[in-house]
Write a protein that binds this ligand. Structure first.
Ligand code: ATP
Length: 277
């Protein structure tokens, strides 16, 4: 299992600081959800971790800075699902997912039976077997997002870096994909860091949440500590109720200011999480 260490990380674009002196440790095997409003610096932090953007400070996986590794070595350690992946529209789904095996295929070599088996397994688990022959350009947004995730999972890297992995998915596929990530986290001992806008899903799946705003770390801890009505109001400018489901999971419900009373408590049969503490 891999650990991630981020120490005093800063990323600037000209005079603008997108990430500003952020530190965080992610324990081996943990799932950390990266949350924060638009422009908070979430994607930039993930890109720094992958060595894709110039930065100050330290950002390492098992003590290795991605900037010191070849792209092949980085791909063996970190699998990345970007927010807007570039996908050649004429490429077949099977060929695209097989690209995830590139770090293991020798130069000028071809894929092994094992590589093909890994791809088949991932396609099956993501319910994509019927799509193998389809061109990427013919897929719906949600189908394409699952294919991009399949390619990352086929990489079998110990760290999975997800940037809004479920933004285009319907509610069923959101759950299916996140449950699969959770299963793989345990089976393959993955460490997961995922930027997420859906605070309920983030709170239900991640062990810890790291809240960013204006490039800074605002809070990091268990979802029940980070997701409070006050914090969400302050940093997202949102009016919400934070509730608990019957299993103790967090549910964040947007409310309309002119009829806040009672709306959240009718939507979910639980107590306000804030009131429980
Ligand atoms: N290459 C770049 N050049 C200039 N500014 C950039 C660049 N990349 C990111 N930024 C700026 O840095 C800030 C942080 O961007 P980032 O994409 O990390 O935010 P985010 O938290 O992922 O946002 P979102 O939730 O909207 O995806 C934004 O203001 C963005 O415009």
């Amino acid at each position: 299992m891999s650990s991630i260490e981020i120490h005093d990380l800063s990323v600037s674009f000209g005079d603008f600081r997108a990430v500003d002196g952020l530190s965080a440790d992610i324990a081996p095997g943990a799932w950390v959800g990266l949350i924060g409003p638009n422009g908070a610096g979430k994607s930039t932090l993930l890109r720094a971790l992958l060595g894709l953007v110039a930065h100050d400070g330290r950002c390492t996986v098992d003590g290795h800075d991605a900037r010191d590794l070849s792209r092949r070595e980085v791909s063996r350690r970190l699998a990345f699902v970007p927010q807007s992946p570039s996908c050649p529209p004429d490429m077949a789904v099977a060929d695209y997912v097989l690209l995830g095996r590139t770090p293991y295929i020798p130069h000028l070599g071809t894929e092994s039976r094992h590589d093909v088996a890994v791809v088949a397994d991932v396609l099956d688990r993501l319910d994509l077997t019927d799509f193998v022959g389809r061109r990427l350009g013919t897929l719906s947004g949600g189908e394409l997002q699952r294919v991009v995730l399949a390619r990352a999972l086929a990489q079998q890297a110990p760290v999975l870096v997800l940037d809004e992995p479920t933004s285009a998915l319907d509610i069923g596929h959101q759950q299916q994909v996140l449950e699969l990530v959770e299963d793989l986290r345990h089976e393959a001992e993955l460490t997961v860091i995922s930027a997420m806008h859906d605070l309920t899903l983030a709170g239900q799946f991640a062990d810890e949440l790291l809240l960013m705003s204006n490039g800074r770390r605002i809070a990091m801890g268990p979802p029940t500590e980070v997701l409070t009505e006050h914090t969400i109001g302050e940093h997202y400018g949102a009016s919400v109720r934070v509730l608990r489901d019957e299993c103790g999971g967090i549910v964040v419900v947007p409310t309309r200011s002119h009829r806040t009373a009672g709306v959240g408590s009718r939507a979910v049969d639980g107590e306000r999480a804030d009131e429980r503490r």
